[in-house]
Design a protein around this ligand. Structure first.
Ligand code: DGL
Length: 265
């Protein structure tokens, strides 16, 4: 089976790690480091990126796509973007993983502005408190996972949750699980939800073959290699350079106001 994933950088590897542990498929992962971060881009720009990746995956005969980026997933859901390859949404998985009444959500500027998690959780009768934590993305890309600066930034973003009685905090960005340690130190009584846990239940367990990953990196390949080493990524892989100008721009018919059901897998 050929599985496609894409993200602005190293964040989506938190999803990839879970999938490769469960299924020895052939994975194609696009790390769009040249155009990162995504959380501060316009929805129109992100939509163009999504169409480019879908087109790329179609040319590579990818059979299923697992969302490795909440920001573009939020765009796909909000704008009702449809395509032929089977798509597994990380936001839906995160919503399904939530079990408590009072829920906190952190994500990139776009994910929080779109209120994609908030709206779906509120439909389930939950109280939702959300906060954008965009700087966390840069910390993870830089490999800064602990220390005074991370603590200060984590306190800055998470302090407001101390005053509201949230029971769970959804990490609505795939970069954030790399900072789980510090996040749970700031909010020790809160259950931290990594939506990738729930998402990985959507892949069948098949350990008969070893997984293999083809990375396609739009930015500096050597830098990306260093980042993979830093997070101890040990799955057999190869890294290719992907020129953004080779990502063909295509026009796709859009269906607006999609009525997606959060409980349907
Ligand atoms: N890791 C992505 C997400 O889950 C994007 C982060 C960014 O580039 O801003 O939202």
């Amino acid at each position: 089976m050929k599985i496609g994933l894409f993200d602005s950088g190293i964040g989506g590897v938190s999803v990839l790690k879970k999938l490769t542990y469960l299924n020895g498929a052939h994975y194609i992962y696009i790390a769009d480091t040249e155009r990162a971060p995504y959380g501060i881009k316009t929805p129109e720009t992100l939509e163009t990126f999504v169409f480019q990746f879908i087109d790329f995956f179609e040319r590579k005969n990818v059979e299923e796509i697992f969302a490795a980026c909440n920001t573009t997933d939020s765009i796909i859901l909000e704008r009702g973007i449809k395509f032929d390859i089977k798509y597994h949404s990380i936001v839906r998985a995160g919503v399904n993983a939530s079990k408590s009444k009072n829920v906190g959500v952190i994500g990139t500027n776009i994910t929080i502005k779109n209120e994609t998690y908030k709206k779906q959780l509120e439909l389930l009768g939950k109280n939702v408190q959300q906060k954008a934590a965009q700087l966390f993305v840069s910390l993870v890309e830089e490999g800064i996972f602990y220390g005074r600066m991370v603590e200060a930034i984590a306190n800055f973003y998470l302090n407001s949750f101390r005053k509201t009685n949230i029971d769970e905090l959804i990490l609505g960005c795939t970069h954030f699980p790399f900072l789980k340690g510090i996040i749970s130190r700031v909010l020790p009584r809160v259950k931290i939800i990594d939506p990738a846990e729930e998402l990985s239940k959507e892949i069948p367990v098949n350990k008969t073959k070893k997984p293999f990953v083809e990375f396609y990196v739009t930015g500096d390949v050597k830098e990306f290699e260093k980042k993979l080493k830093r997070i101890n990524f040990r799955v057999p892989h190869v890294i290719h350079k992907l020129e953004t100008r080779k990502l063909k721009v295509i026009t796709v018919e859009k269906v607006n106001n999609i009525d997606w059901n959060v409980r349907s897998g």
